[in-house]
Design a protein around this ligand. Structure first.
Ligand SMILES: Cc1cc2nc3c(=O)[nH]c(=O)nc-3n(C[C@H](O)[C@H](O)[C@H](O)COP(=O)(O)O)c2cc1C
Length: 278
């Protein structure tokens, strides 16, 4: 059984998850969504097809849905999704996913969420504070992936009942939240670099899109290029010089909150998303 695992990751949580999943299944190809997004004919070849991505604004990054919409998935006999997040509910997202698949005569056979560190400085940064706490989260990740793999191998459906969301949201409110976030969130952030920027170009390198370009020694976020709201540029900046400035409150948060990336994932691995599969 061949598995194709499509992923996108800004700061490594989803990439770490995808790599761990790859170890647990046989014959798995990791395919970065950023590398295939411009392919004219997007066609799966595996009989098992999975997607690993971060939750953004209570749903999946728009690149995930855009690619899913136009992907020929005839080969897929089993489809699953793994969403990494810091803790909001994301039930609407799985319905959105399933609706797109239904149009192709498929369905979302399994889905799980994995709670990991938050990489969004608009909300207080959170990551396990000690090695012990980190180990607990890693153990939970492994446990969930094992459960998913058992279902994949048996070709059984598994729809997670979301018991771990940090706060409960009424389903109607969740739908409204996702609608509002879709209109105002993904790809619409006003990034800028402050006077601490040394023009090292790491932001351009790690951007999984072609949004960031160094011009005259400083990053510019090009207007007509896609932004996946992954925050790789902001989080990997060694000078903490990248801020979001669309309002005073946001500016405040990105200036005072820390920066995050998963400890096992390097800037080079994030950068390579726009170039390669393995
Ligand atoms: C712009 C943005 C929006 C986010 N929105 C949510 C959210 O609505 N709910 C949630 O639980 N986590 C949210 N997060 C946190 C990420 O989903 C989480 O940290 C994820 O594991 C990051 O994965 P990555 O390192 O692969 O990019 C958001 C992060 C960013 C950058």
């Amino acid at each position: 059984m061949a598995t194709e695992l499509f992923y996108i990751s800004g700061t490594g949580n989803s990439l770490h998850t995808a790599k761990e999943l790859q170890k647990k299944l046989t014959d798995v190809r990791l395919i970065p969504l950023a590398a295939v997004k411009n392919e004219e004919k997007l066609k799966t070849e595996g009989d098992i097809v999975g997607f690993v991505f971060p939750v953004h604004f209570m749903t999946a990054p728009s690149i995930v849905f855009r690619i899913l919409e136009r992907m020929d998935m005839n080969s897929a006999e089993y489809v699953f999704a793994v969403a990494t997040r810091y803790g909001t509910p994301c039930n609407v997202m799985y319905k959105q996913f399933d609706q797109i698949l239904k149009k192709k005569g498929k369905s979302l056979n399994s889905y799980i969420t994995i709670t990991m560190a938050n990489n969004d400085p608009k909300f207080k940064f959170w990551k396990p504070a000690s090695k012990q706490a980190l180990d607990v989260f890693e153990a939970l990740l492994q446990e969930k992936l094992d459960l998913l793999c058992t279902c994949i191998m048996k070709k059984e459906d598994y729809h997670e009942t979301d018991r771990e969301a940090t706060f409960k949201v009424n389903p109607a409110a969740e739908r409204l939240g996702v609608l509002a976030a879709t209109l105002t969130g993904d790809g619409k952030e006003a990034f800028y670099s402050d006077s601490n920027c040394i023009g090292c170009g790491l932001c351009e390198k790690v951007c999984p899109s072609t949004k960031v370009r160094i011009v005259d020694g400083k990053p510019q976020w090009l207007k007509n290029e896609d932004c996946y709201s992954c925050y790789a540029c902001l989080n990997f900046c060694p000078q903490h010089a990248i801020q979001i400035g669309s309002s005073k409150i946001m500016k405040f948060y990105t200036e005072v909150n820390g920066r995050y990336h998963h400890e096992s994932i390097s800037a080079d691995e994030i950068a390579s998303q726009k170039m390669t599969g393995d």
